[in-house]
Ligand binder design. Structure first.
Ligand SMILES: [Zn+2]
Ligand SMILES: [Zn+2]
Length: 151
């Protein structure tokens, strides 16, 4: 792409434009879904293809762990502040595998999932979903997400 040579007067808006382009949330195409499949009946989980062509797959059990509602955020913080030495593994130990009973779109920005353990207050916005994409590339890009909150 060739940048047009701008008259001096217009150049002032460039930093603003740049700032706007770098703004997260809705303007971030990485967080805009092109295709969303929620496989409740088969229990397979959620598949999202993003506007940047990246595809994410989420287990319902994983989503349950990452539930963004205030209650679960609280629980996670308690857990992470209480836990002593790092656990040897992050495998689920005692919980039966959580699936979903139901999933409903919320506007066009989120999905609300009712999990098999009865918990249904988690509303997963697509921004959150992209940030918790479990693939190594996204983990690196978006950092170690919600669980590590504690600053
Ligand atoms: Zn929750
Ligand atoms: Zn990813």
């Amino acid at each position: 792409m060739v940048l047009p040579v701008l008259p001096v007067r217009t150049r002032g808006i460039l930093p603003i434009l740049l700032k706007w382009m770098l703004m997260p949330l809705e303007l971030d195409i990485r967080k805009k879904p092109m295709d969303v499949k929620v496989r409740v009946s088969s229990g397979e989980g959620v598949d999202v293809v993003w506007s940047d062509a990246h595809a994410s797959h989420y287990d319902f059990a994983y989503l349950r762990d990452q539930c963004p509602c205030a209650h679960c955020n609280d629980e996670r913080q308690k857990k992470s502040s209480k836990s002593g030495p790092a656990p040897a593994s992050l495998l689920p130990m005692y919980k039966p595998k959580v699936t979903a009973r139901n999933a409903t779109p919320v506007g066009n920005y989120a999905i609300q999932i009712e999990f098999s353990d009865g918990h249904a207050s988690g509303i997963f916005s697509f921004g959150v979903l992209r940030e918790i994409c479990p693939c190594p590339a996204c983990r690196q890009e978006f950092g170690a997400i919600v669980v590590s909150a504690g600053t």
